[in-house]
Ligand binder design. Structure first.
Ligand SMILES: Cc1cc2nc3c(=O)[nH]c(=O)nc-3n(C[C@H](O)[C@H](O)[C@H](O)COP(=O)(O)OP(=O)(O)OC[C@H]3O[C@@H](n4cnc5c(N)ncnc54)[C@H](O)[C@@H]3O)c2cc1C
Length: 384
């Protein structure tokens, strides 16, 4: 439990009246963290944290990568911006070493503010100071290391950019005219100067540093599919110390990875996008020691030999196999439609698909007469 002396050692609390200090002693949460442990996540509901011992890091996901954007040493606050503006946390906080912090939730903060108006004034001044700096960080674009050169409405480019996005690989899409440069599209240009022309997803995945080969043959648990169910199983198996492998046909996230906003996942009071949910689950599973290979498909199970056969003939062994392969969508049964998948025919609209429609006001195939017509009233729409 935090003591009066420890609270008075925080400059902003040094001159508080005894009753305000007593209130804090009784009301704050005293939290001891191990290195890497988070005390706040981007998007969490507001609260105010003060570092007592150790060192905390502030992190923010920028272009799919978690970056350390600041640190807090003893006596420093975190949460002043959300507390002042009534917003969720714009960044996450974690311990960089064994760290002790105290937490004032909203009720405690406002009760203290009623007793000591100097405290909210001080917190607001901190917020003003950090806001400009946070805005700069948020607006900063990380230099993408991978370039995808391909026509914009190209089936393979659509598949590849969706794949890279969902695997959290930062890239730049450089649109070209179809066959304008004589290359076999899509072309992937890598930071080391290599160019992959019309390569398969597995080759590209390996080239950009994703795991595509299991490191062993024997595991305690093999999970098929890295959708929410598979990643949840991976987190729990790895947390128990089991040797855990996830085999994913395409990219982590499954169907949820294509959802722009999921409102009904417990623990996210403001909702969360599917790709963010998948990204967090993936990090959690990896941090706990799970291995995840992508672009690999489980072809068959042989329960007698406890074997799983992957595409290409690789055979894995595990006493426990979790099948979390989700669903396969029903597709339009129209002859020849496969040719237009990803270049005019789409089964959903993920955030990663927005580039396809960038700059377009309406699909080019809509007849001009219909495009030019003013929007119909909701009543007329219902009647159609
Ligand atoms: C656009 C959209 C929005 C949605 N919004 C919501 C929402 O707001 N709230 C909500 O509750 N639900 C929502 N859903 C539904 C939710 O996403 C699914 O219920 C959930 O993703 C199912 O999880 P899962 O892990 O069981 O399967 P999936 O998400 O289907 O994942 C299965 C994974 O297994 C992989 N796989 C398949 N076969 C193999 C194989 N043989 N070998 C290796 N890997 C394989 C697939 O590639 C896939 O990644 C939404 C779905 C979509 C498409």
């Amino acid at each position: 439990m935090i003591t009066t002396d420890e609270l008075r050692a925080i400059p902003a609390f040094a001159r508080l009246a005894p009753e305000a200090i007593d209130y804090l002693v009784r009301s704050v949460e005293d939290i001891h963290l191990v290195p890497g442990e988070y005390f706040a996540h981007e998007g969490d509901e507001r609260a105010l944290f003060i570092v007592i011992d150790g060192r905390a890091e502030l992190t923010k996901v920028v272009n799919g990568e978690e970056r350390v954007i600041g640190e807090r040493v003893p006596g420093r606050f975190f949460g002043e911006v959300p507390m002042t503006l009534s917003t969720p946390f714009p960044a996450s906080g974690r311990a960089a070493e064994p760290t002790r912090i105290i937490k004032l939730d909203v009720t405690v903060f406002y009760s203290l503010a009623a007793m000591a108006p100097s405290v909210p004034a001080f917190v607001a001044s901190l917020a003003r100071r950090y806001l400009d700096w946070l805005q700069t960080v948020a607006a900063e674009q990380a230099e993408p290391e991978v370039r995808v050169v391909a026509p914009r409405a190209d089936r393979r480019a659509h598949e590849l950019t969706g794949f890279l996005t969902r695997n959290q690989v930062a890239f730049e899409h450089v649109p070209v005219e179809p066959a304008g440069d004589g290359a076999q599209h899509p072309v992937v240009e890598l930071p080391d100067g290599r160019r992959l022309e019309n390569a398969g997803l597995r080759e590209i995945a390996a080239a950009v540093g994703l795991e595509v080969e299991p490191s062993q043959r024997d595991y305690d648990v093999v999970i098929l599919g890295a959708g929410p169910a598979g990643l949840t199983a991976a987190v729990n198996a790895a947390a128990e110390g089991l040797r855990t492998l996830v085999v994913e046909h395409l990219a982590p996230g499954g169907q949820a990875g294509t959802s722009t906003r999921i409102e009904n996942y417990t623990g996210f009071p403001f909702g969360i996008s599917g790709d963010e949910l998948a990204s967090r689950a993936l990090k959690q599973a990896r941090r706990l020691g799970a291995e995840i290979v992508v672009t690999r498909t489980a072809e068959s199970l042989r329960p007698g030999g406890r074997e799983i056969e992957l595409d290409g003939g690789d055979v894995l062994r595990a006493p426990v196999v979790v099948v979390a392969t989700g669903v396969e969508w029903r597709t339009l049964q129209v002859p020849g439609i496969d040719r237009f998948l990803g270049s005019g025919v789409y089964y959903g609209a993920a955030r990663s698909d927005s580039a396809v429609a960038r700059g377009a006001e309406s699909p080019s195939w809509v007849p001009a007469t219909r495009r030019d017509r003013p929007p119909s009233s909701s009543r007329a729409s219902r009647g159609r």
